[in-house]
Design a protein around this ligand. Structure first.
Ligand SMILES: Nc1ncnc2c1ncn2[C@@H]1O[C@H](COP(=O)(O)OP(=O)(O)OP(=O)(O)O)[C@@H](O)[C@H]1O
Length: 482
C-alpha cells in the first residue's frame, strides 16, 4: 500500500482545497505515473493494489474521487463501486480493452466516467477535473461545508518574528471589529505565493466565530485563477433551471453557499472585468441574483480576497476596477515573504520535519549544522510552501531522521552564500591570503547573523560603518538587513 501526500504545487481544482484521490490499480508502474501526474496538478493521492486494501484505507484517507480498475487480484472493481457511490465518492472506472460491458455496468451503478486503457494521462486529468466539478455542482452546499470544516481543523499561522506577530495581531483586531459590525468589512490579504494568505484567511474566519456558539459556518474558498471562465459566473452567482444550455437544474452559487460564513476569493486579480462589476454590485448592495432569476437574495457572508499581484498598480492600468479595489481594500493584511522573517525559518523547518515524521512514523528529526546553514542562507522564493515541501522531502530521504544538506534539492544559484561558506570553512583551515581570509570571515559572520549588518558588526567588534565598508571592499552584494 502506497500513500503519497502532495505538499506543494498549484491545485487545478475549482475550489482550491485539494481533492483527495485514491487509485485502486494493480499495475504499479501505471499507477505511479498516474499519481505523479495528479500530484503535479495539486491532488493529494494514495495508491492501493487490491479491493481489500482500498476498503482498509478508505476510512483513514476518505478520498473525494476514486480511480478504480475493474480487474483486480481479489475481485472486480464493480464489487466496490456501490459502497463508494453510497458514500458520495466520485468514481472513475478504468477498463482494459474489451471490457466495455463492465464500463456500461459501472456507469449504470453510478460511476461518473470511464476511461479505456491505454489511458492518456492528460485525458485522465481532465476526467478527474470534471468529476470534481460535478461533485461540487451536485452538492455545492454540503461540499463546501464538509471540505472546509475539515480543512480548517489544522489552521496554524506559526511565526515568532515581529512581522508575523503583527499579522496575527491584525487578524485579531479585525475579528473584534467584525464582531461589533452588522455588515462585515471586506479584507484584502496580499503577499507573494506561499506566504500563508490562505491560512490567514481561514484563521480570520475562525477568529470571527462567536465563542460558545455553533461554529460550523461555511468557509467557501474560490480560486479565481483556476475557475474556468465559462463556468465562473454560474459558479459564483448560481443559476435557475434552463437559464442556459446545460443548466438542467436550479443551483445556488457559491456566494449563497457561503451563507453567514466567509467567502474567500483567492487570486482575485484574475477575476474578469465583467465579473468584477457584478461582484462590486454584490458587495455594495449585499444582494445576489442567480442567472436567469428575477429574485434577489440577501448576502450575509463576510468577503475576504487574496492576491499576489499589485492590485493598486492593476487598478491604475485598467486591468482591475479601481472602485472594486477600494471596496475590497477596506482592511488589508500584508503577508511578509519568508526571507524577511529570518527568525521564523528554522522554527518552521523543525515544525514541518516533525509533522512529516509523525505522519509517516519516522524517527525524530535532527538537522545537521550544514543543513541549518543552508536553510538559513536560501532566499525561499516559494516562501513557506517551498520550505514545507523541501523539509518534508528531506525528512523522507534522511537516514534515521538525521537531515543533512544533501537531503535538500535547492537551486545552487540561490545558494551562493552557502557555497561561499563552505569555501570559508575550508579556507580558514588552509593557506590563504589575508584578503581571502577576511572575505571568508565576513561571509561566515553575515550568514550566522542572518545577514543583519549590525549584528554581524557587533560579533566582529567593529562599527556598522566599518562593516559596510568591508562588505563593499570585497564586493559582497549580500541582501542585508540593517
Ligand atoms: N505561518 C505559517 N505557519 C504554518 N504554515 C504555514 C504558514 N504560512 C504558510 N504555511 C503553509 O504553507 C503552505 C502555503 O500556504 P498558503 O496556501 O496559505 O499560501 P498562499 O499565500 O495562499 O499561496 P498562493 O498565493 O500560492 O495561493 C500551506 O501548506 C500552509 O499551511
Amino acid at each position: 500500500m502506497q500513500l503519497a501526500h502532495h505538499i506543494s504545487g498549484q491545485p487545478s481544482a475549482m475550489l482550491k482545497q485539494q481533492s483527495k484521490l485514491l487509485i485502486v490499480e494493480d499495475e504499479v508502474l501505471f499507477a505511479r505515473a498516474v499519481m505523479r501526474r495528479l500530484q503535479k496538478a495539486g491532488y493529494e493521492c494514495a495508491h492501493v493494489e487490491s479491493l481489500q486494501d482500498a476498503r482498509t484505507i478508505f476510512k483513514q484517507f476518505s478520498p473525494d474521487i476514486v480511480l478504480l480498475d475493474m480487474r483486480l487480484p481479489d475481485g472486480n472493481g464493480l464489487d466496490l463501486l456501490a459502497d463508494l457511490v453510497v458514500k458520495n465518492v466520485a468514481v472513475i472506472v478504468m477498463t482494459a480493452h474489451g471490457e466495455i460491458s463492465d464500463a456500461v455496468n459501472a456507469i449504470k451503478q453510478g460511476a461518473i466516467d470511464y476511461l479505456k486503457k491505454p489511458i492518456d494521462l492528460e485525458e485522465l486529468l481532465l476526467s478527474v477535473q470534471k468529476a470534481e466539478a460535478s461533485a461540487i455542482q451536485s452538492n455545492s452546499l454540503d461540499y463546501s461545508r464538509q471540505r472546509n470544516a475539515h480543512a480548517i481543523d489544522g489552521v496554524e499561522l506559526l511565526g515568532d518574528s515581529p512581522a508575523m506577530q503583527s499579522v496575527i495581531m491584525q487578524i485579531q483586531r479585525i475579528a473584534q471589529l467584525v464582531a461589533a459590525d452588522t455588515v462585515p468589512p471586506t479584507v484584502l490579504i496580499s503577499g507573494e505565493t506561499g506566504t500563508g494568505k490562505d491560512v490567514a484567511a481561514r484563521l480570520l474566519h475562525l477568529s470571527c466565530q462567536v465563542k460558545g456558539q455553533n461554529n460550523d459556518k461555511p468557509f467557501v474558498h474560490i480560486d479565481c485563477a483556476s475557475l474556468p471562465p465559462d463556468l465562473m459566473e454560474s459558479e459564483l452567482f448560481g443559476h435557475e433551471k434552463g437559464a442556459f444550455t446545460g443548466a438542467s437544474a436550479t443551483r445556488p452559487g457559491l456566494i449563497e453557499a457561503a451563507e453567514d460564513g466567509t467567502l474567500f476569493l483567492d487570486e482575485i486579480g484574475e477575476l474578469p472585468l465583467a465579473l468584477q462589476a457584478k461582484l462590486l454590485n454584490v458587495l455594495e448592495r449585499r444582494m445576489v441574483r442567480r442567472i436567469g432569476s428575477t429574485k434577489e437574495r440577501p448576502v450575509p457572508a463576510r468577503f475576504i480576497a487574496a492576491t499576489n499581484r499589485d492590485l493598486h498598480e492593476m487598478s491604475l492600468t485598467g486591468s482591475f476596477r479601481q472602485d472594486l479595489y477600494y471596496r475590497l481594500n477596506v482592511m488589508s493584511i500584508g503577508m511578509p515573504p519568508l526571507r524577511e522573517r529570518a527568525a521564523d525559518i528554522l522554527m518552521l523547518a523543525k515544525h514541518f520535519a516533525i509533522q512529516t515524521s509523525r505522519r509517516y512514523g519516522l524517527a525524530t528529526p535532527v538537522f545537521s549544522t550544514d543543513a541549518i546553514t543552508m536553510i538559513k542562507s536560501y532566499d525561499w522564493p516559494g516562501n513557506v510552501r517551498e520550505l514545507r515541501h523541501q523539509v518534508s522531502r528531506a525528512m523522507l530521504l534522511s537516514q534515521q531522521g538525521n537531515i543533512t544538506e544533501l537531503d535538500f534539492a535547492l537551486p545552487m544559484n540561490r545558494l551562493l552564500l552557502d557555497a561561499n561558506q563552505h569555501a570559508a570553512n575550508t579556507m580558514l583551515n588552509s593557506q590563504a591570503t589575508l584578503d581571502e581570509v577576511e572575505r571568508a570571515v565576513l561571509l561566515k559572520v553575515m550568514a550566522e547573523s542572518d545577514n543583519n549588518v549590525s549584528r554581524a558588526a557587533r560579533k566582529l567588534g567593529i562599527t556598522r560603518m566599518t562593516m559596510r565598508y568591508r562588505l563593499e571592499k570585497h564586493q559582497l552584494n549580500i541582501k542585508t538587513e540593517e
